[in-house]
Ligand binder design. Sequence first.
Ligand code: ZN
Length: 218
Amino acid sequence: MTDDLPHGTARTTVGDVGRELLERELTTGTGGNVSHRCADGETVAVSPSGVPYGDVTPERVPLVTLDGEQVTGGLDASSETPIHTALYRRRDDVGGVVHTHSPYASTFATLGESIPASHYLIAVAGDEVPVAGYARPGSEELAELAAETMGADYDACLLQNHGTLAVGETAEAALEVASMVEYCARIHYQAISVGEPIVLPDEEVAHLRSMFEGYGQR
Ligand SMILES: [Zn+2]
């Protein structure tokens, strides 16, 4: 069905992953956004701004260049497009980006606190989930802060007073990372509510991290 649509596969993926964000309760309404790098490596399919995920058909998914310039007519790309393109420009290993306002991770983001390795699954994202300092949503400054915080080693970070950001080889893989971040945030929140969590040693987290390389790939 999407054979004739330019970059139809990537645009279909963006809609599917957006609906999965709602399904997994990682976001509500039109919140959060999803992107997937197209097969040419230089074009990115990004979820449209302000459209409920249920209404996102492949032909309505905007395409942008790596510099964030929109190349399709119709709907505007997400206002957080700068954050997505900043990550694709810096990291060749990134083929998908997911941004959410998932509640437990956003709680730590609001405290300005990183999520430590209190559950082994944190290794899907890094040795912790670090926090990028506050900058206004949709700004180039936020894109820079987030890309710097992720560096080459982290597959997720929190955005202070805002939400989460996750990357993967595909948008589906980024979704899995975002799900794990929310799960680990929830477990850490529960653990500190009733006691003092045991944080795994650095060597163990490094080992787990190598085990999880390419997590979420089919
Ligand atoms: Zn947001």
